[in-house]
Each structure stands twice: as C-alpha cells, then as structure tokens.
Design a protein around this ligand. Structure first.
Ligand SMILES: [Zn+2]
Length: 500
C-alpha cells in the first residue's frame, strides 16, 4: 500500500518572498517581501506584507517571533526564503473545474469533430473500457490512467480538480483513493446517465445508478483522514440528453439532501441545444432543465455554457452557479467562442476554468489561461460592432484559474488566494527554473526604480512572459493543504515536463 501523502505530518513553515494573487476579479495583487506562516494543519496563520527592512535587520525568525510574541523554538520552524529571487513568486494553486479523468488516453485526438459525433466516435468507446472488462482488468486500466492524470495535473500546478470519472463505481472509488494518495484536493464524480440511445453499450439503468452513487459517495466520505476533508463526492449528471427525468429528479434530491455540489455540461454545441429542446419541450430552455430538477445551486459547475441567451444568464446568476470556461476544448472540437467577459462583468456570473480533458488537449490550466485570452481576442475580431469588449486580461484569467475556481467548488473561504485562515494550496513559479523554456533578458529590469508602480509594472510584465511563453517546467514546487506534493528539484521525482 502506497503511503497516502494526505496522511503525512507537516511542519510549521514560514514562506518569505513575492506573492501574486487575484483576491478580487480583474485585480492583480503583487505582494513583495511578504512573510506567510503556515501551521501544521496547512492553514495560513500569519501574513505580513512589505517587511523587508525589519527582516533585513533581525532575520526572518526573530521578526516572526517579535511580531507574533510566540515563544517557539526556532528549530521547530522551517523557512523557505525566495525574497532575493526576482524571477520567482508564489501563486495560489490552480483549480481545474472541468476535467474528465477517464478521457486522459484520448488527449489530442478528435480535432474538429462536433460534440455529438465526438462522443460516439471517441469518448463513449473509451469510457466503456472502464466498465466492460472483468473487475481485475478494469481496475488495472483505471489505475494506470487515473494515477497518471492525477500526477500530471499536480505537475501543472493544479492543487484542486473537479473530476468526471465514468459510470463505473469500482474505478470511480479508485480515482478518489488515488487523489488522496497523491495529496490532491479533489471532487470526484461518478458519471450518471441512463438514457444513451445513440450508444446503448455505455449507460446504466436507474437502479444501478442509485446503488453505485450510494457506494461511491459513502466510500469517498470514509477515506479522508479524520482531521481534514481533501476529497469529496460531486453529483455528476453527464448532461441532460442522456439522463431520464427520473434520474435527474433523483440527482437533484440527492444534492439537496446531502448538500453535495453538482457538475454537468451546458450549452456546448448548437446541435446539442436543439436535441435538448426536442427531449425536454416542457422546459423553457436548456439551463432551466437543470433548474427544474433542483440541480442549479451555488455549488453547481456548468461546463462550457457557450450559447446562452439572456434569460439563461440571469437564471445562472440568480442561482449563484458557476460557468466552467473550457476554451481549449471549445476550439478543438469547434464548439464556439464563449463570451466569458460578458458573463463576468455584465451578468456578474462566477466563471472558472476547465481543461476539459480530452476535449481540451492538455491537462494544464496555464495552457487554458492562454487559450482563454486568445479565444477572447478572436471573439473581439468579429464582434467589433458590438459595444461590449469581450477581451479578457491576464488578471481576469488568473482570477478564473484560482478564485473563480475556488468559488465554483464552494471553497472560496478555503483556497484560491493568500489570506490568514486559508489553506496553503500553492505553486512556486520560477521563470529561471533549471529546464525553463524562457530566455530571460535584463530588458525588463529597467522598470525597477524603487517605486511601488515600478514593481507592479515589472511583475505584470513578468507574469505576461510566464503566461504566454512559460509552461509546467516553471512550476517547480506544489503544496496542497500545507504538504509539498511536487518538488521537481528532487531527483527521481519523475516529474517530466509535458511540453518538452
Ligand atoms: Zn466535459
């Protein structure tokens, strides 16, 4: 049995250096010479900005003791000091709010194939292989796929993921075990679908689904260490076209009764929308199908949501649900350009990011950030006549990748930014990491003239350089709940870059 990282003890640690985060939408905060203390439970219990002069005089530990008046032995505190490193900064861990763990072997295939055909051609056959073999074979296959996807997302700085598994209960339980083993915060959803007439080989009957949900949910609730909940179940109707009314009713009641979050797909493709209109003629629109079955909550993640009308936007806003923007997938299988900026600023809807593996071709939220910005530029190019400018900024997308994601999974008070009381789910970004793809020039240093404005200008440029030219090789360490779960400086860590 592999030791679960989530069960390991941590030591009190002081992190000192530059912190970058977006606690509010569109606003990037760059906190230079900031000292953050993280206790043994992984919670930030001390944070002070701009302490350069004091620390320079008496050192990190003495300053900390003086400030907190704590009588702790200095040998019991670990210090991570990157304060003199201009090209390194701490960033909240990424939150991937839409990823199909089971589709990981299909990365990169299916270019341009429209959604409904893509499901039948690529997705349902792959997901079936998690169900149709004997128990031993399917568990071996799932072990291989799921352990790789959990490791790869962590390597890319994803400290929390909301996973779709498959309809199979045994292998979905295994996915939850593997997240915990790797120390990743996760929401694990057994896919629910009982009406897949176009691909009948991959579906379950209503009674089997109910039984599997009970099994999976009670398993996940039982595996977390007593002191913390790192992995949670999430109610996962695949999407309305493959769910009976009876199943949707059951899932809505289950989410209400057990206070569980929900994830599903919405309005990804125009043919899909037509199909929903035919299948649910009694519902006002696609979004109201979910609302009619009590599935629209303030912890509901609606993946894609590209082609929404005004009523649907207002309904989502009213319910406090989150749209998971999946630009890589939206481009790859030609679903459309989502007007995300409008959702964020005109409708005040919370928007997060999703890689949507394998509609998206990389399990990286940094790549998703790039695609978000570029897709919004394309939208702008052919909607210039409209008054609303759809272009996203880097700050908008970093927000969606961190705080927007945290809000989507109901953890806005737990992760997503740096603050006392929040958990230390963090990545260390090094533009000059040993295998970095980024060539660094002193050209950017001209902005540093000692003023606060110059620091903001410098780091804004640095962040842009990282977003557009960096990759997972620049994410050198990752912590979840205070524990270091990735350390690429350690030999044999097996952390190869995905962009090599
Ligand atoms: Zn999806």
């Amino acid at each position: 049995m592999v030791e679960k990282i989530a069960a390991q003890e941590t030591e009190y640690t002081l992190y000192y250096g530059t912190f970058v985060h977006t606690p509010t939408l569109g606003k990037l905060e760059i906190l230079k010479y900031t000292l953050v203390g993280v206790d043994k439970s992984g919670t930030i219990d001390f944070m002070k900005q701009d302490v350069h002069n004091e620390v320079q005089d008496i050192g990190v530990l003495s300053f900390y003791k003086q400030e907190t008046k704590r009588t702790v032995s200095t040998s019991s505190i670990k210090v991570v000091d990157i304060s003199n490193e201009q090209l390194k900064f701490f960033l909240p861990g990424f939150i991937d709010t839409h990823i199909h763990a089971s589709q990981y072997p299909n990365l990169g295939v299916g270019l341009g194939c429209p959604l409904l055909e893509w499901l039948n051609e690529y997705t349902f056959p792959l997901e079936s292989s998690f169900t149709e073999n004997n128990r031993e074979e399917k568990l071996a296959f799932a072990q291989d796929v799921y352990s790789k996807v959990v490791k790869k997302t962590l390597v890319c700085g994803t400290t929390c993921a909301s996973y779709f598994a498959t309809i199979d209960a045994d292998t979905t339980r295994l996915l939850a075990d593997l997240c915990l083993e790797a120390g990743q915060r996760a929401f694990v959803g057994k896919v629910c679908m009982d009406d897949n007439s176009v691909y009948p080989e991959y579906q379950e009957d209503y009674d089997t689904c109910v039984k599997s949900m009970e099994e999976v949910n009670s398993h996940i609730e039982s595996i977390n260490p007593k002191s913390e909940v790192l992995v949670k179940p999430i109610v996962t109707p695949r999407f309305a076209p493959v769910c009976s009314r009876k199943l949707l009713s059951y899932l809505g009641s289950l989410a209400d009764e057990k206070n569980l979050p929900v994830q599903t797909h919405l309005s990804e493709n125009t043919k899909e929308i037509e199909l929903v209109r035919t299948l649910f003629p009694e519902c006002k629109n696609y979004t109201s199908v979910y609302d009619d079955y009590h599935l629209l909550k303030d912890t509901t993640i609606l993946a894609h949501s590209i082609h929404l009308d005004n009523d649907e936007c207002n309904l989502i806003q009213k319910k406090g649900s989150t749209i998971a923007h999946c630009p890589m997938s939206n481009s790859f299988i030609s679903s459309g350009e989502s007007p995300v900026k409008k959702y964020l600023y005109k409708y005040n809807i919370n928007v997060s990011l999703g890689t949507d593996v394998s509609g998206g071709f990389k399990p990286s939220i940094l790549e998703t950030v790039k695609h978000s910005i570029l897709a919004s530029q394309h939208l702008h190019m052919h909607t210039k006549h409209e008054s609303f400018d759809p272009r996203l900024t880097v700050a908008d997308t970093i927000y969606m990748a961190t705080m927007g994601g945290a809000t989507g999974v109901g953890l806005q008070n737990v992760v997503g930014s740096f603050a006392v009381g929040k958990k230390w789910d963090t990545q260390l970004i090094e533009l000059d990491s040993s295998d970095s793809n980024i060539d660094i020039f002193g050209w950017n240093d001209r902005f540093l003239d000692g003023t606060k404005e110059s620091v903001i200008k410098y780091y804004t440029n640095l962040l842009n350089i990282w977003v557009f030219t960096g990759d997972d090789r620049n994410c050198t360490k990752v912590w979840c709940n205070g524990r270091k779960v990735i350390d690429k400086s350690k030999q044999g860590a097996g952390m190869t870059a995905i962009n090599n």
